[in-house]
Each structure stands twice: as structure tokens, then as C-alpha cells.
Write a protein that binds this ligand. Sequence first.
Ligand SMILES: [Zn+2]
Ligand SMILES: [Zn+2]
Length: 285
Amino acid sequence: MIMEKNRISCTLSSAHVHTDFCDGKNTAREMALTAYEKGFVSLGFTSHAPQTFDPAHCIDPAREEDYKAEIRSIQQEYAGRMAVYIGIERDMLSCADSKGYDYFIASVHYFTAPEGEYIGVDGASDKLQQYINEYCCGDGLKMAKQYFSLFRDYVITSKPAIIGHFDLVRYNNLILSLYDENSPEYTSMELDTLRTMRETDALLEVNTGGVARGYMKEPYPAPFLLKAWLEWGGEVIISSDCHDKRLIDAGYIQAEELLLSLGYDHAVRLSSSLEKYMWEQVGLR
Ligand SMILES: [Zn+2]
Ligand SMILES: [Zn+2]
């Protein structure tokens, strides 16, 4: 397919944005202003939900109501110009309630070691390698199996609006070369997991965060998974998982072109009107 040169993004929205309420660099107001200046029709804030074991990366439970109040205030400030939503990215291990939020993104960021230590899926590579050596018999594929099993169960039981960075486990595989991502063992594991998640009607996130930060060549999830998702009638949503206002729509055009090349003619975004449905389709051409 021949793509137009210099095409501009048609998504104009992100449903996955972090601020300094968690581990983002900017204030919520700075993020909103950047989105508005880019012509966004909608923006969803999704700070990491409170969790006790990794406070540096999530909302301080004592500030959760401040977070909601701040986003509500921004929502009113941009009323009629850009629809602003209040959400959270809720890790499987978060104890936080998703009630009181417009929606939540389900993600798996950690393994729990038997001693109670938390190991980041996309955290320090040496820590993850140590976890694999000690608890997965040195087998990276076994670690990936654990990840997808945990994620599948979490999505099935919690029924999120959005499945966040489905194959985040690839981040450390790029660094550690733990397994062949084209091997049938790995691809069938991913396909089986995604097929089960499809039963929930959640949106599958096309996450450009890794591309934006320069360590991934393509968004999560891998193209063959996006292709399968389309065949199963699933809907996708492009987001930047942005922690820095300068990257709020980084990788969007690449993601849109990838989806077009796979046969998608639309994606879903947060609705441009707070009065209508929360989600709307946006054509990709
Ligand atoms: Zn995440
Ligand atoms: Zn995120």
C-alpha cells in the first residue's frame, strides 16, 4: 500500500497519559495544554493506581482525591474545546478501586518473587534475569508464560475498558534475548491469551510508548497479534502512554500506517463529547 507523504495523525486523542501525580514529568495542566495545542479532541488521564510496594511510580493514596479533583477542574476548564476524562492505569497488583473513575486500563508490570520481592516486567534487566534464573529454571519462555497467564486472568476477572501494552514482556526480551519471538511456542501462547481476552470486549491498546522512547521499532502489540485481533472483530485504541508532554502523540502516524497496512480502516478513541458515548470510532485515512 502506498502511504501519503507527510500525512498528519487522525487519532487526535490519548487515553493513556501520566502526570507528576505518579511517575510522569509534567503536571496534568501541562499535559492538557500540550494535547489541546496539538488539536486533540479528547484526553484521558491515567496515572498509575495506588499500590503499596512501588510508591515512586504510582499515585500516593493520600493524594488520590486531589488527583481526581485536579482532573475534574481541568475537565471544566476545557469544556466545549477538548473532552477530558479521569481514568487510572491499574496494575494487576494494585489494591485500588476503579470506582469513581471513568475507565481503567489493565496492565501487568510486576512478578512477585516467593520472598515477596516485586520484579518489574519492564524494569531492570538484571533483576528480571535473576528472577528467571531462580524461579523459572533459567527459562525466559517460562517467565513469558507466567506473564501472559497472569494478564489473561486479570483481564477476564476485572473487565477493563483497555488492555494495556499487551506484550510488554518483549521489552526485556530485546535486551536479554530470552526466547525467539517467532517460535511457535511463544506466538501460540500470545494468540491463545489474546483470544481469551477478546471475549471481554475490551479495547486493545496500540501503545506507542516504546517507539516514542526509542527502544522499540514498532508499537505494542506485535503486528501478527493486531491482525488476529482484527479477524476476531476486536477494536483497537492508539495511545502514547505518555510520561513527557513532548511525546504525547509520538509514534501515532507510524501506528496508524501499521493498522492500515494490516487492514484496519478505523480505530477507537475517547469521545470528543462528554455528553455522548465514552468511545467513538475514528477513520484512519
Ligand atoms: Zn504501563
Ligand atoms: Zn502507562
